[in-house]
Design a protein around this ligand. Sequence first.
Ligand code: FMN
Length: 208
Amino acid sequence: MIKTFNSSDIDQLEKIYRINLINAITGFKSVNLIGTKSADSKPNVAVFSSVIHMGSNPPLLGFVMRPLPHKRDTYPNLKSTGHYTINHVTTDIYQQAHQTSAKYEKGISEFEECGLTEEYLNGFDAPFVKECSIKIGLSYVEEYAIKANNTILVIGKVEHLIVPENIIEDSGHLNIHEANSLTLSGLDTYFKTEKLGRMAYAAKPKTS
Ligand SMILES: Cc1cc2nc3c(=O)[nH]c(=O)nc-3n(C[C@H](O)[C@H](O)[C@H](O)COP(=O)(O)O)c2cc1C
């Protein structure tokens, strides 16, 4: 049996059912901790599954901020300091990472509450997550308001990339599975990964 949903079926779904269903349909997602500091130096960290590659030259990453009640920390912090970090969640810390999504009061450090360690590297003022193996320091570049659902696409430029040397190949490929980076289905189901193979650049077949 196959089940189909049209847009009016989706509109009528129970709220949590719809969240679970629609969050899974993009396929596996990246899962990252975004670290920031407030203007008065209070650290903050939270989990995000919407980080995307925007381009390599300049090296730009984007992520989607959900609608902003005033209490949220990540967005006001990165706007006021201009800096934030993106850190791959690994197998060892996925439970702590998930817990950072709880609605802690403004100014409470999820680092302390969730058992993660803030780390300052390369003179960068935003906190990296010590437990993560792949860490990226970014400067805020621009943002786009997505009117359809009142979210914001935040775009940043990679200023620092900090990775274990043994996972970088001579070609520049990064073996993120060896760094124990995870992937995520929906908003709550974490997976380890298994490499299948690397494909050659796909050339158009020659016609005879
Ligand atoms: C797995 C997972 C992925 C999430 N991804 C996002 C996301 O991409 N964008 C977003 O705005 N919130 C996302 N959230 C919710 C935030 O983690 C949550 O709202 C958090 O409290 C925000 O932290 P802040 O208030 O310190 O900014 C996600 C939550 C979970 C559990």
